[in-house]
Write a protein that binds this ligand. Structure first.
Ligand code: NAP
Length: 275
């Protein structure tokens, strides 16, 4: 069975639209990029489209050297009309992404990538959590009661795997979490014990039906291009024995909605208005 992510994203969008109306001004999101590749351009176009629909101002700024990018961030950090800043990935090799991330003010870090916002997760305060991790957790929560469940996460990146682990362990959510990575032995043995699987490895068809428990919930975070088609990390056949998020139109869709929700959240806080 496919999990309906469209309705999750729709309800986030409705809430965002209402809160933008209450603000009395258009919150502004700025994406910073450097020599964007075609997938980044596609991603930025979809952000622009969603922002427009929800009444959020959206701009892309580009720099080609560290100096230029540092200047852009410094300007945006001090601009009262800018409420959200995010850096596209991947950035060219010569650009030090961590150094740039350190310069984004945590209150405008709508992607939740700064050490402050990631650190807040460990303190069980989700100030601005990483959007993709939040999307995966939200979809899982909308599908089942997480408390006490065995959740296996495949991938340990800062973008997805690690924040998902911390968020699922949060008191109140109370999942039992196992995190796997490329050096994990006997992956199918581990995935077979899971009530829920969150897969974020960037490997098409890494998870096949034999690796999944009957009736499990499988959240496919992967976005891969195979023969000009977007596919996830999970074999679509898994849908026959488990609940599965679609790709495209699953985690990615909810992530974009949450990014916009973070922009409104940031604008509410920075302007002293609550939604
Ligand atoms: N839907 C969305 O909105 C969204 C947002 C962000 C990313 N994504 C997608 O999610 C996927 C993961 O992104 P990411 O940024 O987390 O990628 P990443 O930084 O490349 O991390 C991939 C992780 O998967 C692990 N891994 C790779 N091959 C594996 C294997 N065969 N078995 C077990 N683990 C394996 C890696 O292990 P090691 O640590 O040992 O290398 C690593 O921890 C990508 O397809 C990306 O496009 C989607």
């Amino acid at each position: 069975m496919l999990i309906d992510c469209k309705s999750i994203s729709k309800s986030i969008d409705e809430d965002v639209r209402r809160r933008v109306g209450n603000l009395g001004f258009s919150p502004k999101l700025v994406a910073i990029t450097s020599k964007p590749d075609p997938s980044t351009v596609t991603y930025l176009n979809s952000q622009a489209k969603k922002a427009k629909k929800l009444g959020i101002e959206f701009e892309v700024m580009e720099g080609s050297t560290m100096d230029e990018l540092l200047k852009v961030i410094s300007t945006l950090a001090n601009d009262e009309k800018v409420h959200g800043i995010f850096l596209t990935h991947p950035l060219p090799e010569e650009i030090d992404e961590f150094e740039l991330t350190l310069r984004i003010p945590p209150e405008k870090d709508v992607e939740g990538r700064t050490p402050y916002n990631l650190g807040m997760l460990i303190y069980e305060r989700e100030y601005l959590p990483p959007c993709t991790a939040e999307a995966a957790v939200k979809i899982l929560e909308s599908t089942t009661e997480i408390k006490g469940k065995d959740v296996v996460v495949i991938g340990r990146s800062i973008t997805v795997g690690r924040p998902v682990e911390i968020m699922l362990l949060k008191k109140g959510r109370d999942a039992t979490v196992t995190v796997c990575h490329s050096k994990t032995r006997d992956l199918p043995v581990i995935t077979k014990r899971a009530d829920a699987l969150i897969v974020a490895a960037g490997r098409p068809k890494l998870v096949n039906p034999d690796m999944v428990n009957e009736g499990a919930i499988v959240i496919d975070v992967g976005i891969n291009v195979v023969d000009d088609q977007i596919v996830g990390d999970v074999d679509p056949e898994v849908e026959k024995k488990a609940s599965l998020t679609p790709v495209p139109g699953g985690v990615g869709r909810v992530t974009t909605s949450l990014l916009m929700e973070h922009v409104v959240r940031a604008a509410e806080r920075l302007s002293g208005k609550n939604g």
